[in-house]
Design a protein around this ligand. Structure first.
Ligand code: FES
Length: 140
């Protein structure tokens, strides 16, 4: 979220101008720091609440396929590809906060991406989701 020349990332207000001034002597370093910070605060609108179906939705943003799940009035986002063999998690059955991969049955916790049951051995990445009015945003 941008507030004038300040940016909020993970609850911390960051002044881009302040960092650039601090690193004036090392211009390449300051450019790298600024680009890194901007990449950390990318919040992407992925759709509207009113257009969200009952189950899950997949969106492609910034080259990533992300599955968004609705549980009650809350939304959760995880990587769309199962870590076992890239099965489509948005097509999986959802029971409570658990999605089951439709290909070989791995189970993941929708709220944090953790593997609950294999054959997958690795968690999927989870993303922070926020809503504002009718809009759904994912922190990429
Ligand atoms: S691809 Fe998901 S369990 Fe195999």
């Amino acid at each position: 979220m941008e507030y004038g020349s300040f940016y909020e990332t993970h609850g911390t207000l960051v002044s881009i101008a302040g960092i650039a001034k601090h690193c004036k002597a090392k211009r390449n370093e300051s450019k790298f720091i600024i680009l890194t910070i901007l990449s950390l605060i990318m919040e992407v609108k992925v759709g509207g609440i009113s257009e969200f179906g009952a189950k899950a939705k997949v969106v492609t943003t910034n080259g990533k396929r992300i599955a968004i799940f609705k549980m009650g009035s809350s939304y959760y986002a995880i990587d769309e590809e199962c870590t076992h063999a890239k099965g489509p998690l948005h097509e999986g059955n959802v029971n409570g906060n658990v999605v089951t991969c439709p290909w070989h049955g791995s189970q993941f916790d929708i709220t944090n991406g953790r593997v609950i049951k294999g054959p997958a051995k690795s968690n999927v990445k989870s993303y922070k989701v926020t809503t504002e009015g009718n809009d759904i945003f994912v922190d990429i």
